[in-house]
Design a protein around this ligand. Structure first.
Ligand SMILES: [Zn+2]
Length: 287
């Protein structure tokens, strides 16, 4: 039943490490920012970057996310060479983009393409918060829109992983326009019978949370992910009320009915497989 879909747990071995507040040798060991415990980076990567001690979900970049989910060798990237210009002549914008390209090895804050997940064909878009904080400029919006259109054309589900600080200020209103553009494309995909699955990861904020991130047939999130439109302080100052401690966390949103489920990264592939299966032509109902 529905409950089983989200509660299956896998067992992973953990390594003993009680040493906190020490210098961590770069690369070999990783210190968890949440529980402060130190673990082997290799073990952390094997556990999909989920802390072996406290379940903290360390950020995943787009490449790691795709590798963790799609069938080996199945991913074909779309629009890899599309790059932003500087429409508002914003000072140092092009230099910053170039710096992020060198640092991350990707050209923009989203990677899109097609592939298979446990043999189910799909189109996927994965935002990458290591590139300009995952902010959405015109290239991010265009790549996502094209990916949605491709999913519609192929008649396959569209899955998006969001991680974003919101609209990209250096592109002003052109960034905001992407909210409407992506939302329209999703509506057309939906009207053609296409499935949309959104998985919000830490952080999903601003214009991204207020457009495609929240428009899935399924809206999922990773544990403790920050999801919201305006920042906590701005809301508190506007409504002159103190907000709950867990305000804008995935768990809070689930409680308020804005999410369908909060899913551990360790269970995500299985959950997505089940969802794809029940919506596939001739799929097996497992609910
Ligand atoms: Zn931890």
């Amino acid at each position: 039943m529905l409950k089983d879909l989200f509660t299956k747990k896998k067992k992973y071995a953990s390594i003993p490490s009680e040493v906190a507040n020490q210098d961590v040798p770069e690369g070999i060991m990783t210190k968890c920012p949440s529980c402060k415990k130190i673990m082997y980076t290799k073990e952390l990567l094997k556990n999909l970057k989920v802390c072996l001690h406290c379940n903290h979900h360390h950020p995943m970049n787009a490449k790691e996310r795709i590798q963790s989910l799609l069938d080996k060798g199945s991913f074909i990237a779309y629009d890899e060479d599309m790059v932003s210009e500087n429409p508002l002549q914003f000072p140092n914008y092009l230099e910053k983009l170039e710096g992020d390209r060198k640092k991350t090895g990707i050209n923009e804050a989203v990677v899109t393409g097609e592939g298979t997940l446990n043999n189910f064909p799909l189109v996927i878009a994965v935002m990458d918060s290591t590139f300009r904080m995952g902010s959405m400029g015109s290239v991010v919006g265009e790549k996502i829109t094209r990916a949605i259109e491709k999913a519609k054309e192929k008649g396959v589900p569209f899955i998006i992983f969001t991680a974003s600080g919101g609209a990209r200020m250096q592109e002003g209103v052109l960034s905001l326009m992407q909210m409407a553009k992506t939302s329209s494309a999703l509506k057309l995909h939906s009207e053609s019978g296409g499935l949309i699955i959104s998985i919000m990861t830490h952080p999903t904020t601003g214009g991204v949370s207020a457009s495609f991130a929240s428009l899935g047939d399924y809206n999922f999130a990773e544990p403790k992910a920050l999801i919201g439109f305006a920042g906590r302080r701005i809301i508190e100052q506007t409504i002159r009320e103190e907000l709950p401690e867990d305000f804008q966390t995935a768990e809070f949103l689930l409680k308020c009915g804005q999410l369908d489920a909060v899913i551990s990264r360790l269970d995500l592939k299985e959950t997505l497989t089940n969802v794809l299966d029940i919506h596939a032509p001739g799929g097996e109902t497992k609910w």
